[in-house]
Design a protein around this ligand. Structure first.
Ligand code: HEC
Ligand code: HEC
Length: 248
């Protein structure tokens, strides 16, 4: 399975929304890995086991052009009941596909948590750019023809960068890293963080490459930041953590 990163636009939304439990498309992207064995999405995606989920919001169920193996149950939902995929119907469907559409051939149990479904829908809706959120209206083929879809990039293999003395002393990097630390790391690792949430960092014991790899790939309960921060940002965090200015 290919890991994918989404455009920076979504990450901006992510930062804006992080404080609350507002639907989080970045988490949704992560959850979509449960779907991507059967559904492709993004510019150039085609039908695989399941129909592509591009432009699924505003589409009548069972009506993706060129997907020919819908179940009778799914077809009937569309043709007889005119079921439209919108925020509400997708929510109910993803909570229990076979409960909502008995006879569907979608082999997926459903997502249990409300927040997960919302996060996933926040991700999916970005691939339905012609759909007006909350409108519950059918999107025409003409409207679809006027919009472009987000492009998914394949995640590039990345080597651990080397950190020389000069970079580690770079004042600008340290400042940027310090700001990111305050926003994204302190609430878990800081002195005032809830005890036991995360270990207090002991930078004197770390090599910069270790910090970089932890930040990039995460480890157990430590989240991975690779798809959230650019390479430069992750390097800057390392410079900050390893600097004299580090103040948790
Ligand atoms: C094991 C394969 C599989 C997985 C995993 C899977 N799907 Fe499906 N999905 C299908 C198939 C096959 C259909 C067609 C179902 C039918 O015709 O009854 C479908 C249909 C759908 C539809 C209706 C599309 C339409 O054109 O009417 C939506 C929406 C959908 N899937 C979303 C998802 C999401 C979101 C996930 C992940 C949470 C997911 N699916 C996971 C195989 C899968
Ligand atoms: C949601 C809470 C959380 C956030 C946010 C978080 N971390 Fe962590 N971090 C952890 C946990 C938990 C561990 C311990 C993982 C383990 O070893 O099981 C950890 C481990 C680490 C370690 C390794 C520590 C050691 O001594 O082994 C480093 C370095 C680190 N985090 C840096 C960061 C940086 C930098 C950020 C901000 C980009 C960050 N963390 C954000 C929870 C968090």
């Amino acid at each position: 399975m290919k890991a994918v990163v989404l455009s920076t636009l979504l990450f901006a939304t992510f930062f804006a929304q992080q404080a609350s439990s507002a639907p989080n498309p970045v988490k949704g992207e992560e959850l979509f890995k449960q779907c991507s064995s059967c559904h492709a999405i993004g510019e150039g995606a085609s039908h695989t086991v399941g129909p592509t989920l591009n432009h699924v919001f505003g589409r009548i169920a069972g009506k993706a052009d060129g997907y020919t193996i819908y179940s009778d149950a799914m077809r009937a939902k569309g043709e007889d009941e005119q079921l439209l995929w919108d925020e509400k119907s997708l929510y109910i469907f993803l909570a229990g596909p076979a409960r909502y559409i008995p006879g569907t051939i979608m082999g997926f149990e459903g997502l249990r948590k409300e927040q997960e479904i919302k996060d996933l829908l926040a991700y999916l809706i970005s691939f339905s750019p012609a759909y007006e959120p909350e409108s519950s209206s059918v999107v025409s083929a003409e409207a679809i023809a006027t919009v472009s879809l987000p492009v998914l990039k394949e995640e590039e293999e990345e080597e651990t960068p080397t950190f020389d003395e000069e970079y580690l002393a770079n004042a600008e990097a340290i400042t940027i890293g310090g700001e990111l630390w305050a926003k994204q790391c302190r609430h878990c690792h800081g002195n005032s963080a809830y005890p036991g949430k995360a270990p207090k960092l002991t930078p004197a014991r770390y090599k910069p490459e270790f910090v970089f790899n932890r930040v990039t790939d995460g480890f157990r309960k430590m989240p991975a930041w690779k798809s959230v921060f650019t390479l430069e940002e992750r390097k800057a965090i390392v410079a900050y953590v390893q600097s004299n200015q580090f103040s948790p």
